[in-house]
Design a protein around this ligand. Structure first.
Ligand code: SAT
Ligand code: MN
Length: 594
């Protein structure tokens, strides 16, 4: 591989000496190389090629049943002082963690190939982009990185001889003894898994897991945990947000960035098909936004990724037709079911399935009494294949953000849509966000948890300092701060029915949001923020009983007051690092609710 980058070459040599792979391969980023890797994995049994007539150039992988999602309890922020990681992150002293992990890494790639993947987060050449180099012994990681990021020679070219890169070391943690046969999905036991971040030196070390955000290190590890640290130091923002462009019937464009926790519908919203006449929606990103203030004083966002790593179950022509069409080919499926005609299937996909091989490789029928696809089964697909991808999705300058949306999965209490009274109040809304947990993380149980800005598992430093950073960005943006909204698509009635149809119908809420951004419409002030006046939300053609709609928009003062008590307790965990402005917002909300 042609690079004269001495620091990179030295790091690769150092890792090779420590991990002792059988061979080293640099990833060039060509399709021939991709096909060759896939072919090899089909031969070893790690991958299944899907029926070419149904889904060309697509493959299915089954993970080890113990390695199916991010492991938050094994994810560490190893900065010098524990306080800088804050109470929401797991902390280990960096020297100690390096010692532990060096022992694990020593000889860990025996019997395997070590791949070196130069990758760019963001369009190559954008001032907002950052370069990383992932070393991994997992060919599955390589092919996923090839879809999720821009990889290979063009990245090395951009890096030059002295460019900055973020070293990302990954191993599945399963060395092979001489002659030992490999398994389809090698990984290490839970107590040996470490997803480690060293923010003081922009370094990522991951060991023991081959799945998703634990292993595709450009995504959560670099683009969120490390980037959030860099963004704070350098005055920009790295957020767990989708980015979309809405176009109203007059052709006016609005750019919205929305933060929801994992598996709460970011991909669906990012590819939404508006049900209201004349409105169009285009996708820019479905998971991560990097945002910077440009010369005109406004906030511009890029999607640092090049693909979608989306939750498969529940994705259908009804819930997300644009995602389904994105998956027509050139895609990777993990832990989905394999149908008799060599295609994939999952719960919630259009049409039933009578027989399949389930995600564990076992025979499955609807009578089996278990799911065919794992709840956190994923698809990996190139963003460029999305039929509604925005023409500006790779614009190096990004798109100007008009509004932020926060939200989560709340079956109770939180109404359909609220607008913050001002930017500070919006930061309060974001900071106090809570959501019912999903299958995206393996070890968090099923409960309601606070997930500030949907960044709980992804903020690479003290969350209280992160809130302060939001206030600081607001101050710098001044009159050009995006408006802030809070939505909840998931509220149910007292008898357990969904109160809102969701999916494409969410365009009705987005329309109101755009009208508010334009200043085209007034709103009704409530103790928790601005809400649509009667008749302002476009419900034409929807058949929602008036009582249901009233329940959907209900602001239960008692419940919100109780929530503030809980919020105060939550804030106490952060001690005096909590920004005074956040506490002031809490007090103001209490007064309004009184
Ligand atoms: O596995 S990932 O972390 O990439 C997906 C998610 O949990 O959002
Ligand atoms: Mn995510």
């Amino acid at each position: 591989m042609k690079t004269a980058h001495q620091r990179l070459l030295a790091w690769v040599a150092e890792v090779e000496a420590m991990c002792q792979p059988d061979s080293v391969e640099w990833i060039h980023g060509s399709s021939i190389e991709y096909d060759r890797l896939m072919q090899r994995m089909v031969e070893t049994g790690a991958a299944t090629r899907l029926n070419r007539n149904r889904r060309p150039n697509s493959y299915l992988f089954r993970s080890d049943p113990s390695d199916v999602a991010r492991v938050e309890n094994r994810t560490f922020i190893a900065c010098t002082s524990r306080e800088d990681a804050g109470p929401t992150n797991n902390w280990i002293d960096p020297a100690e963690l390096k010692k532990t992990m060096t022992a694990l890494y020593t000889g860990c790639m025996k019997g395997r190939t070590m791949y070196v993947i130069p990758f760019s987060m963001g369009p190559i050449g954008s001032p907002l982009s950052r370069i990383g180099v992932e070393i991994t012994d997992s060919p599955y990681v390589v092919v996923n990185m090839q879809i999720m990021t821009r990889v290979g020679e063009r990245v090395l070219e951009a890096l030059g001889e002295r460019g900055e890169f973020i070293p990302c070391l990954h191993s599945v943690g399963a060395p092979l003894a001489d002659g030992q046969e490999d398994v389809a999905w090698p990984c290490a036991p839970m107590e040996q898994k470490y997803i480690a971040h060293f923010p003081d030196e922009n370094l990522i070390w991951s060991y023991g897991s081959g799945y998703g955000g634990n292993a595709l290190l450009g995504k959560k590890c670099l683009a969120l945990r490390i980037a959030s640290n860099m963004a704070r130091r350098e005055g920009w923002m790295a957020e767990h947000m989708l980015i979309l462009r809405l176009i109203n019937p007059q052709g006016k464009r609005f750019h919205l960035a929305a933060a929801f926790p994992s598996a709460c519908g970011k991909t669906n919203l990012a590819m939404l098909q508006p049900t209201i006449p004349g409105w169009r929606c285009e996708c820019i990103g479905d998971d991560i936004a990097w945002m910077k203030i440009a010369a005109d004083g406004r906030l511009y966002a890029i999607n640092p990724e090049a693909g979608f790593f989306g939750v498969a179950p529940g994705t259908s022509m009804k819930s997300n037709p644009m995602a389904m069409r994105t998956l027509d080919g050139n895609s990777i499926f993990t832990n989905c079911a394999l149908t008799d005609d060599g295609d994939i299937w999952w719960e919630g996909m259009d049409g039933p399935c009578d027989h399949a091989i389930d995600w564990k490789g076992d025979d499955w029928t609807p009578e089996s009494g278990k799911v065919a696809a794992h709840p956190n089964a994923r698809f990996t697909a190139p963003a460029a294949q999305c039929p509604v991808i925005c023409e500006d999705w790779e614009n190096p300058a990004g798109v100007p953000i008009d509004g932020f949306i926060f939200g989560g999965r709340r079956t109770q209490v939180v109404p359909l849509v609220t607008e913050a009274l001002d930017f500070d109040h919006g930061v309060f809304m974001g900071a106090m966000s809570a959501s019912e947990t999903t299958a995206a993380a393996l070890d968090v149980g099923q409960k309601l948890r606070r997930d500030p800005f949907a960044m709980l598992p992804f903020c690479g430093y003290n969350m209280a300092d992160y809130w302060a950073h939001w206030f600081a960005m607001g101050d710098r943006l001044g009159a050009k701060t995006p408006k802030i909204f809070y939505v909840n698509w998931f509220r149910t009635s007292r008898d357990g029915r969904w109160l809102w149809p969701g999916f494409g119908e969410n365009s009705r809420v987005l329309k109101w949001i755009c009208q508010r951004i334009e200043g085209a419409i007034a709103a009704r002030q409530t103790p928790i923020g601005q809400m649509p006046r009667d008749g302002d939300l476009d419900l034409e053609g929807l058949d929602i009983p008036a009582e249901d709609f009233a329940e959907l928009m209900e602001v239960d003062r008692r419940a919100f007051n109780d929530d503030l008590d809980d919020a105060e307790e939550y804030l106490a965990r952060f001690g005096d690092r909590v920004p005074k402005r956040l506490r002031a917002q809490l007090e103001a909300q209490r007064k309004r609710l009184a």
